[in-house]
Design a protein around this ligand. Structure first.
Ligand SMILES: [Zn+2]
Length: 207
């Protein structure tokens, strides 16, 4: 033995643009682990549904713990343990919207509680700048993986960046988090574009 524990917990960050299937992958991962007899908790923040559950665009849903400013993820696990509920892992959806303190708590859960943490989220905001929580995840995670489900720009190139669209135009200033939807009728909506069309602000012939 080299002093390493048999099971080394890990902090993993899975990232991709909107609509790439992150939440679907989060729930699939939860399902896969549960089938192996492991038990975990699912957390989320500012989900589209505005309720404490993870929903996906293909219709899956799972109850989830809402991550508030006050919530300490370590307490969440400790409290579950105190009630006799096993927690082997956390699945943290929409992790880019968490506070920096939550990311530190994730690292602590891995290092000091031997709990796996799988975080899912956007890397960049509508200005194409990293969300602070995503940046911290890139800095701290044991493993970072780009989700490979392909989202295409209207031109057919790979969708890379999340554009915020207000009244039909790409905007580049404003609050970092504004809830919209990706359907065309919302006042504020988001559209995934390739880098070229993100930078030029071209929403395509349909817009
Ligand atoms: Zn394009």
């Amino acid at each position: 033995m080299n002093g390493r524990p048999l099971h080394a917990a890990a902090l993993k960050f899975f990232w991709g643009p909107m609509d790439c299937g992150k939440s679907t992958m989060a729930l699939q991962m939860n399902y896969n682990h549960a089938r192996q007899g492991r038990r975990g908790l699912v957390t989320t923040r500012i989900d589209r549904s505005l309720g404490p559950q993870v929903t996906t665009r293909i219709g899956l849903a799972h109850s989830a713990v809402e991550v508030t400013d006050e919530l300490d993820l370590r307490d969440l696990v400790r409290d579950a343990w105190a009630e006799g509920v096993r927690v082997d892992y956390l699945i943290c959806d929409e992790a880019s919207f968490y506070d920096l303190a939550h990311i530190e708590q994730m690292a602590d859960l891995v290092d000091n509680f031997d709990v796996d943490v799988y975080a899912f989220g956007l890397a960049t905001d509508f200005r194409s700048c990293l969300f602070p929580a995503a940046q911290r995840l890139f800095e701290l995670a044991d493993e970072v993986a780009r989700i490979q489900v392909e989202v295409l720009c209207w031109c057919g190139r790979e969708g890379r960046l999340n554009a915020r669209v207000v009244e039909g135009r790409v905007v580049r200033e404003g609050e970092q988090v504004v809830i919209g939807d990706t359907v065309d009728t919302a006042d504020v909506r988001y559209q995934v574009l390739c880098r070229r069309h993100y930078r030029s602000g071209d929403l395509g012939p349909r817009a």
